[in-house]
Write a protein that binds this ligand. Structure first.
Ligand code: NAP
Length: 486
């Protein structure tokens, strides 16, 4: 158990979301009990703590959104909502005795590697300090809300909200509400606000591809079956394979691409009768370039008489609403920014210094990159969970987290076994792997539009280009020759 006064650990894990919890559980299973989890928020859950806007759900089937070692017999639907997922995380933490090892409300502001000691020296925002042999950054790629860069935003006198910081006390029923953004978040939020009879102005800069959401309620039989380990494993495996088929849809000229695009077009035609509105909702880039939306209620919510899709560009936010480039003033009582996350600088606010005092910001001048998304040359004993180029547009991030944890653990165990101070990826190995990933991404579907997968220079830094299976095989057991030890 973590003593509240302990300051020196074998492992410090930053972030108590899915990947931080998984790391902690696997450390315990491997007999490494000298660790602490630091979480900046007041509760565990990471993205599921942050994203509590009305309608928040996951868009991969729940069996694939559970860890292979922890099937969940409590899912009530194929697509779980944020509350159920948070309850799953809470149970994981309780069942594995993690709660005493999690320190809430703690943020690390500086991490410096001491090569002589082979330890990370961590400074926290309350002025205290910790040290750890290994430092696991599991802060998640979608943890820093991005506010839109729109003139006058600060002048708005109504309620200004970001979807990823939703206050519990807000009630928008019957109000005139503007929503900026039409990504996965907005597609969930808009129907929920419409159901609360909000009068909506949805400001769309770019339309998205929307596919039907094949949800269903799980009955008693489903819940009974999932308690049988063999069934749970089979159901999860089957969903993983189905999701993997969707990856084919990202490749030009494939049967899957054609089928998915035709399904999306038919879905729009079925749900939106007005051809003008349909045209404004039709993307001009290939399906998959931005994250695909799965929804049955987004289009119908937009087609309601009390909703308006606004496609004229936003000129400014005023004290009373939004002014668009066509000169219209949209009077609003609340303005919701569903404008996503700062993915290019996921660790902003944390200064990480590796060998020779080099900072991660300096190493990432050309954009974030890491060997298999996990390790960075010159930054020994540092492991990034869901790091650069490990994002996925077609499947569950949990499938990426589990082998990443296995990889990090094997590296730690090697250092311990061989009595060394540190382990770091070789610069040449990292460069070759990064170049191969970038080569595969060049000209890929993700290069055809603006999205959170790309930086300001167009480099795709967030997405894994291949199938999940490829990544799992590459990462699960570290190639010993890829690493040097000190
Ligand atoms: P997002 O995909 O980055 O979408 C942000 C939206 O805001 C886009 O429509 C963007 O328009 C718009 N926007 C940004 N700045 C703007 C500006 N200055 N003026 C006008 N519009 C602006 O963010 P998100 O919807 O929060 O989703 C982020 C990711 O979170 C998703 O891709 C997904 O991976 C994850 N997520 C998952 C689920 C789930 O069900 N599992 C749910 C929600 C989110 P442009 O397209 O023109 O840039």
């Amino acid at each position: 158990m973590d003593s509240p006064s302990a300051v020196d650990f074998e492992v410090v894990i930053l972030g108590a979301g899915m990947s931080g919890l998984c790391m902690a559980i696997q450390l315990q299973k491997a007999g490494i009990r000298d660790f602490v989890v630091l979480e900046k928020s007041a509760g565990i859950g990471g993205t599921w703590w942050d994203n509590r806007y009305p309608g928040a759900q996951v868009d991969v089937p729940a069996p694939a959104y559970s860890f292979s070692f922890a099937p969940n017999p409590h899912w009530t639907h194929r697509f779980a909502d944020a509350q159920e997922i948070h309850a799953y995380q809470q149970r994981l933490a309780e069942d594995h005795g993690l709660l005493p090892r999690i320190r809430l409300g703690h943020a690390v502001v500086e991490a410096q590697f001491d090569a002589a000691a082979g330890r990370w020296r961590l400074s926290l925002d309350d002025g205290s300090a910790l040290s750890a042999r290994f430092f696991v950054c599991s802060t998640g790629p979608l943890s820093r809300p991005r506010w839109p860069d729109i003139a006058g935003l600060a002048d708005f006198r109504g309620r200004l909200l970001h979807s990823a910081r939703w206050p519990a006390d807000v009630d928008l029923a019957g109000r005139r509400v503007g929503v900026i953004g039409t990504g996965s978040t907005a597609a969930q939020l808009v129907p929920a606000l419409a159901a609360a009879r909000a009068r909506l102005s949805v400001f769309q800069r770019t339309p998205n591809w929307v596919l039907p959401r094949m949800d269903r309620r799980y009955g008693r039989l489903d819940r009974w079956l999932v308690r049988r380990p063999a069934y749970a494993a089979l159901a999860r495996h089957a969903w993983v394979q189905v999701l993997e088929l969707g990856r084919r849809g990202f490749d030009e000229g494939t049967l899957a691409r054609g089928l998915m695009t035709r399904t999306a077009v038919a879905h729009l035609r079925r749900q939106v009768a007005d051809p003008t509105l349909r045209a404004r909702l039709t993307p001009s880039y290939p399906l998959g370039c931005k994250r695909i939306i799965y929804s049955n209620d987004y289009y119908p919510a937009l087609a309601l008489p009390q909703s308006e899709l606004v496609t004229a560009p936003i000129q400014a936010v005023t004290a009373t609403g939004v002014r668009t480039a066509d000169g219209r003033e949209h009077a609003l009582e609340a303005l919701v920014c569903a404008t996503g996350f700062d993915t290019v600088r996921p660790l902003a606010g944390l200064r990480v210094m590796g060998l020779g005092g080099q900072t991660l910001d300096e190493a990432w001048r050309g954009g974030p990159s890491a060997y298999l998304g996990l390790t960075v040359p010159g930054f020994p004993n540092l492991f990034l969970m869901l790091g650069p180029n490990t994002g996925t547009g077609h499947t569950s991030t949990l499938l990426f987290i589990e082998p990443q944890v296995g990889h990090a653990l094997a590296c730690m165990q090697r250092v311990q076994r061989e009595g060394r101070r540190w382990i770091a990826v070789r610069a040449g190995v990292f460069a070759a792997q990064d170049a191969a990933v970038q080569q595969r991404l060049a000209g890929s579907v993700w290069s055809h539009c603006r999205s959170w997968y790309r930086d300001e220079n167009g480099r795709i830094f967030a997405i894994w280009p291949g199938f999940t299976g490829e990544y799992v095989r590459a990462v699960r057991r570290p190639d010993e020759t890829a690493y040097e030890l000190g």
